[in-house]
Design a protein around this ligand. Structure first.
Ligand SMILES: *[C@@H]1O[C@H](CO)[C@@H](O)[C@H](O)[C@H]1NC(C)=O
Ligand SMILES: *[C@@H]1O[C@H](CO)[C@@H](O)[C@H](O)[C@H]1NC(C)=O
Ligand SMILES: *[C@@H]1O[C@H](CO)[C@@H](O)[C@H](O)[C@H]1NC(C)=O
Ligand SMILES: *[C@@H]1O[C@H](CO)[C@@H](O)[C@H](O)[C@H]1NC(C)=O
Length: 184
C-alpha cells in the first residue's frame, strides 16, 4: 500500500530520466460501459483489444449538445495477491480542463499524457456537439510507471456527469502482471 501512496502523492512531478527495464505489464481484462445517457451522447463506445500481450483501447464520443459542465468521479481499487482491497484514489474533479492541468496525482498525469498522445482532438470544454472525440490505440507504456509496481488486480471506475447528471459510467478491470521482455 505505502508504495502506491508514496509514488502517487509524495514523489515530485518529474520525468524518469533513467530508463530501467520494466518487469511488469499493465493489462486491461475488460471494460464495461453503463448508464450512457442517450440525451447527452449520440455515441459513446469503447473497444478493447489485446495484441502481443498488450492491451489497446479505442474510444469514441459524440455529444449531442455542446458541453461546458463535465464532472468526473474516478476511483481505483487494487488487490494485491491475498490482500484486502486497497483504494488508491476516490475523487471528483472538473473534467473540462483535465488535460490542461498538472495533477498532483501522478497516475492522472499518465492518463492525461496518454489521452493527448492517442487522440486527434483536444479533450476540453466546450466539447462540441456532433464532433467525434476519438482515442485510438491507447496503451499503457510501462516506462511511464516507476520501475517497480506491486502485482495484483485493479478496478477503475469513471463516472461522467454532464450538467450535474450522471451521463456515463465505465469500469475497467485489469491486472499488473510480471512480464519480462528479456529472455533468460
Ligand atoms: C505473450 O505471453 C506468452 C505467455 O507468457 C508468451 O509465451 C509469448 O511469447 C508472449 N508474446 C509476446 C509477443 O511477447
Ligand atoms: C479524428 O479522427 C476521426 C477518425 O478516427 C475523424 O473522423 C475525425 O474527423 C478526426 N478529428 C480531427 C479533429 O481530426
Ligand atoms: C497500434 O499500436 C501498435 C503498437 O504500437 C501498432 O503495431 C499498430 O499498428 C497500431 N494500430 C493502429 C490502428 O494504429
Ligand atoms: C472482467 O475481468 C475481471 C478480472 O480482471 C473478471 O473477474 C471479471 O469476471 C470480468 N468480467 C467480465 C464481464 O468478463
Amino acid at each position: 500500500m505505502s508504495l502506491w501512496i508514496k509514488w502517487i502523492c509524495l514523489f515530485p512531478i518529474f520525468k524518469f530520466v533513467i530508463t530501467e527495464e520494466r518487469n511488469f505489464r499493465v493489462i486491461f481484462d475488460n471494460i464495461s460501459l453503463s448508464n450512457v445517457d442517450p440525451e447527452v451522447f449520440e455515441r459513446f463506445d469503447c473497444e478493447l483489444y489485446q495484441i502481443d500481450n498488450r492491451s489497446y483501447v479505442d474510444t469514441s464520443h459524440i455529444f449531442r449538445e455542446t458541453v461546458t459542465d463535465l464532472k468526473v468521479h474516478a476511483a481505483l481499487d487494487f488487490w494485491k495477491a491475498k490482500s484486502p482491497k486497497m483504494t488508491i484514489y476516490d475523487i471528483e474533479f472538473d473534467g473540462c480542463h483535465f488535460l490542461q492541468n498538472v495533477h498532483k496525482n501522478r497516475l492522472f498525469n499518465i492518463y492525461a499524457k496518454n489521452l493527448k498522445k492517442y487522440s486527434n482532438i483536444s479533450f476540453k470544454c466546450p466539447f462540441q456537439a456532433n464532433v467525434l472525440y476519438a482515442v485510438k490505440n491507447m496503451t499503457m507504456n510501462e516506462d511511464d510507471f516507476p520501475s517497480f509496481l506491486p502485482l495484483g488486480k485493479f478496478r477503475s471506475l469513471l463516472e461522467y456527469s454532464v450538467n450535474q447528471k450522471l451521463s456515463a459510467r465505465a469500469y475497467i478491470n485489469g491486472k499488473i502482471i510480471s512480464y519480462s521482455t528479456r529472455p533468460f
